[in-house]
Design a protein around this ligand. Structure first.
Ligand code: LLP
Length: 426
């Protein structure tokens, strides 16, 4: 469920008109709903009641300080993958003691910083990294809390770029090698074993791969718990969201009729809690997209319509530098006009940006509203992996971000200027 709805014919975020926001801030423009973040957090939290658990929001999905701040207020922990993300969490008021540091390539500087800040744990991805963390910890006179990431070799049945739990992926340690790696960890003086971690992929729309992975890893976790002092098991992130949000196809009440999206927190919890409970450990979850995906939209203005011999193109002022998901993963984002009366006439077209690449599109050969120059449209479900993957390609300034709370809208990030673009260059 999200908080983007037509009210009196204009698309709103909570109680704020998106048309009014565009009049004030221009386009391209990211807009987030605070209530949607809160609802998503609470729904997952509630579904898991009965299980000793903690949510560690995956910062990479949306790392705006205002977003991190509101999650910190809810008591969320954070799954981080760089020193920069840890820095953001701390600046936003998040607790470093609730941060897990993941990723296959942590540097000495990042490890030192994380140790100084007293993070919850490092999720270790190789023996070489384990030994390096031990060495860095030794250098600063600290002990490093760790979990080893286990690769369960399960097919997450998602896009191959965001599938991480197969043996051929670069992530984690093969299930068969786990005991050996934990023995090695136990022998290192500056390493303190705290937990076990796994993450099989992102945008999973069925609970079955999660069940398969948990079933495969739980016996190992139980053995590791008996052998070492393990406090937690992190089952990673990956809960998928609905991208083909039928707001776009005229079924305005879709969300009201589907309390249960394909993979709801309730389904997820119903299947996984009974498998996890017997471990008697704290269970960590690292949702990113589930929390942020449907909480944001990218607003863009149509600049031109271009009718070619083969196709009709709608050229808009946002590009793949602002939202790269369609280009990189064939990601689907619904495209809806901010003024509902423009949704009536349909046309089959490509929506493209101004970037000098043929991959710069938001949809191809899709039936969409026949919007025209100066009309404002919303790219839906752009709260996760959207702004965080934006770049300055083609020397385009990054768009601003607005956080809406009820009837209030505040700037969560200013639009970059051309001066900002060149500021770091002497
Ligand atoms: N934990 C770990 C170790 C991860 O690698 C990830 C995501 C997450 C948690 C959060 O996964 P989520 O709950 O968001 O599915 N840019 C891609 C997604 C990349 C996901 C990377 N890892 C996209 O736009 O689809």
């Amino acid at each position: 469920m999200h908080q983007f709805r037509y009210r009196q014919g204009i698309l709103h975020c909570e109680e704020v008109s998106l048309q009014a926001l565009v009049e004030e801030h221009g386009t391209p423009l990211y807009v987030y709903s605070a209530q949607t973040f809160r609802d998503n957090y609470q729904q997952l939290h509630t579904a898991l009641k009965g299980l000793d658990h903690r949510i560690a929001y995956a910062v990479k999905a949306n790392s705006n300080l205002s977003v991190l701040g509101l999650l910190a207020e809810l008591g969320s922990g954070f799954d981080i993958v760089s020193g920069g993300e840890l820095f953001r969490v701390i600046k936003a008021g998040g607790d470093p003691k609730l941060c897990s540091f993941a990723g296959v390539g942590k540097t000495a500087e990042e490890i030192r910083y994380a140790l100084e800040q007293g993070i919850h744990c490092f999720n270790v991805e190789s023996i070489a990294e384990l030994e390096f963390i031990n060495e860095v910890a030794e250098g600063v006179g600290a002990t490093a809390p760790i979990a080893v990431r286990i690769n369960p070799n399960v097919d997450a049945k998602t896009h191959r770029y965001i599938s991480t739990g197969k043996a051929e992926n670069k992530f984690g340690i093969d299930h068969e090698d786990a005991h050996e790696v934990y023995e090695r960890a136990a022998s290192l003086p500056r390493i303190q074993i705290k937990g076990v971690q796994m993450h099989i992929g992102s945008q999973l729309t069925s609970v079955n791969p999660f069940v398969e992975a948990v079933e495969r890893v739980v016996p190992l976790v139980a053995q590791l718990k008996a052998a070492h002092d393990i406090e937690f098991f992190s089952i990673g992130g990956g809960i998928g969201i609905v991208y083909n949000d039928a707001l776009a196809s005229g079924q305005r009440d879709w969300w009201d009729r589907h309390d249960d999206p394909p993979l709801s927190p309730v389904t997820y919890a119903k299947k996984l809690v009974p498998l996890l409970q017997p471990l008697d450990l704290t269970i960590l979850l690292e949702p990113g997209r589930y929390m942020a995906g449907n909480a944001g939209v990218l607003l863009t203005t149509c600049l031109y319509e271009k009718k070619g011999h083969a196709k009709t193109f709608k050229v808009v002022d946002a590009g793949m530098n602002d939202l790269i998901r369609p280009a990189l993963y064939q990601g689907h984002h619904e495209i809806v006009p901010v003024r509902e009366d423009e949704a009536g006439t349909r046309v089959t077209a490509d929506v493209v940006g101004p970037i000098c690449e043929s991959g710069d599109f938001f949809c191809q050969d899709r039936e969409i509203a026949d919007f025209q120059a100066n009309d404002i449209i919303a790219l839906m479900s752009a709260g996760a992996y959207s702004f965080t993957m934006a770049s300055n390609y083609n020397s385009r300034p990054m768009p601003p971000e607005i956080l809406v709370e009820g009837a209030q809208a505040r700037i969560a990030r200013h639009r970059q200027s051309w001066d900002d673009l060149i500021a770091p260059e002497p």
